[in-house]
Design a protein around this ligand. Structure first.
Ligand SMILES: Cc1cc2nc3c(=O)[nH]c(=O)nc-3n(C[C@H](O)[C@H](O)[C@H](O)COP(=O)(O)OP(=O)(O)OC[C@H]3O[C@@H](n4cnc5c(N)ncnc54)[C@H](O)[C@@H]3O)c2cc1C
Length: 450
């Protein structure tokens, strides 16, 4: 079995080599295929497969998870459980913080080794650090959710360019490791392991964005996009559309929670290019995967700085925070019909096109003058494909607070509407035209007007 750079964080215990009672903690790698971490823990005497269901840490005015995002996650967990069942295994889903859950399970099941894959996020890193310190057994943190291994980055992580283009130029031609097969067998779960999944019976996918969780659904989408629809052939021309089932790959929901391996997508694309055709569109799709890659490595390098309001130089993006303006943006009740339609689409379906995200984000930052992090947190709550590095990385890019030298992006909303919703069908579909509202509802002394 190839070893792909597992680094051990906790060094105690006598079973660092495996073969004992293993615990594998799934995070953003909800799949069996191309899962190097799971493979490394598949030869023990027993294996407990765990997922900790955590709510978003409440911040920037948002708590919890939007109903569509939660629905997709629960479906993904149920699908993973089904796949594990085919190998005589089961997924234990526990609601709670892994810092409490994992030590308790390690004790109660006399686990001898814990494994997990690197998951992006500051809290996630703190959780791993904590577990590495307090667990009495080794914690192995594996790679596997990026196209490249860290050792492949030219000059290492420290030499990572601050901008996308030089990053792309350096890594575009690097080989992507061949995806690993799913384990053919797994050790049995320890006695008494259950599968308890709190289901949301009242939430179904919205017909406008009917994606279902699980690796199989993700792979179907990949196959359809490439071979059945051959939509990849024209991707470069269609990718900016606001709606339409195959205007873009639509793979982000499965990539985000790891139901689909990004290396598998890259190899499927290369196979398509070899066997069917390669053109500007197929090249462009790979470049988009490299945007994801760029943001993932940047997140690892930036750590907590990713969430800073302004530039590292201290050049803050000036803005005030007006709760009413923010609420109007969230509810899709601004003076911008296209933005309203986009926000209503987001909350109802859990999805939004890339062009739509750019327009809605630019509106919050530039038209409404709000702190970008409130917008990012609202997207985090609702996007089915929420991927921390891509979300915060893109928001920073638009707000002009990252390492990008161009100082942000300001989209002309009227022009965008003419270009991408010329007949107004998208705006009408989501009820974007709202009754006019007074600009101010309080006077200069904060006294209600009227
Ligand atoms: C403000 C804002 C917030 C965003 N938040 C997220 C997020 O939480 N999760 C997320 O996956 N993407 C995010 N994106 C990027 C992009 O909008 C989505 O990846 C894309 O819309 C997903 O649709 P698709 O799979 O059809 O993409 P395609 O156009 O088919 O691209 C293929 C894949 O490439 C990657 N990709 C494409 N564009 C980008 C990009 N700009 N940045 C990073 N990766 C990219 C994704 O993994 C995507 O699935 C955000 C963009 C903006 C402007």
């Amino acid at each position: 079995m190839p070893s792909r750079g597992a680094d051990m964080q906790g060094g105690r215990g006598s079973h660092a080599a495996g073969g004992g009672r293993e615990l594998y903690w799934f995070q953003a790698d909800l799949r069996l295929e191309d899962n190097p971490g799971l493979l490394q823990h598949s030869a023990g005497e027993s294996l407990l497969c765990l997922y900790c269901l955590q709510d978003n840490p409440g911040w920037f005015n948002t708590v919890g998870m939007g109903s569509q995002r939660r629905r997709f996650l629960l479906e993904s967990l149920a699908a993973l459980n089904d796949e594990l069942a085919g190998l005589g295994q089961t997924l234990l889903v526990v609601a709670g913080d892994p810092r409490q859950v994992i030590p308790a399970i390690v004790r109660s099941h006399a686990v001898t080794r814990v494994g997990t894959a690197q998951a992006p996020g500051y809290y996630e890193a703190r959780q791993r650090e904590y577990l590495g310190r307090v667990l009495s057994v080794p914690l192995l943190v594996h790679t596997g959710n990026t196209l490249l291994r860290q050792e492949q980055l030219p000059g290492g992580l420290g030499a990572l360019p601050g901008q996308y283009t030089p990053f792309r130029q350096r890594v575009e031609s690097l080989p992507v490791d061949i995806p690993l097969p799913a384990p053919r067998q797994l050790p049995p779960p320890p006695a008494g392991t259950g599968f308890a999944l709190p289901m949301d019976p009242d939430c179904r996918p919205n017909p406008a964005f009917p994606v279902r969780g699980g690796s199989r659904a993700g792979r179907d989408r990949l196959r359809n996009f490439l071979y059945r629809e051959r939509a990849v052939d024209t991707y470069k021309e269609t990718r900016n559309a606001l709606q339409g089932q195959f205007h873009a790959s639509g793979l982000s929901p499965w990539l985000a929670n790891g139901s689909l391996s990004v290396r598998e997508v890259a190899h499927a694309l290369r196979d398509y290019e070899t066997t069917v055709m390669r053109n500007e569109s197929t090249d462009w799709l790979y470049r988009e995967l490299l945007w994801r890659e760029f943001f993932h490595w940047r997140e690892r390098l930036e750590g907590v700085r990713l969430y800073a309001a302004g530039r590292r130089s201290g050049n803050r993006h000036f803005c005030t925070f007006d709760p009413r303006t923010y609420a109007r943006w969230c509810q899709g009740d601004t003076d911008y019909p296209l933005v309203n339609a986009l926000m209503r689409e987001l909350v109802t379906t859990g999805g939004m096109s890339n062009r739509g995200r750019q327009i809605a984000a630019s509106c919050l930052v530039n038209e409404l003058g709000l702190d970008w992090r409130y917008g990012a947190a609202f997207f985090e709550k609702h996007l089915i494909d929420f991927d921390l590095p891509s979300n915060y990385g893109n928001w920073r890019y638009i707000a002009g607070v990252g390492s990008d030298p161009r100082g942000g992006r300001h989209f002309d909303i009227a022009k965008q509407a003419r270009l991408y919703d010329a007949d107004g069908a998208f705006t009408a579909k989501w009820g974007g035209v709202r009754p006019p509202q007074p600009r101010y509802v309080t006077d200069a002394t904060d006294w209600p007007i009227g």
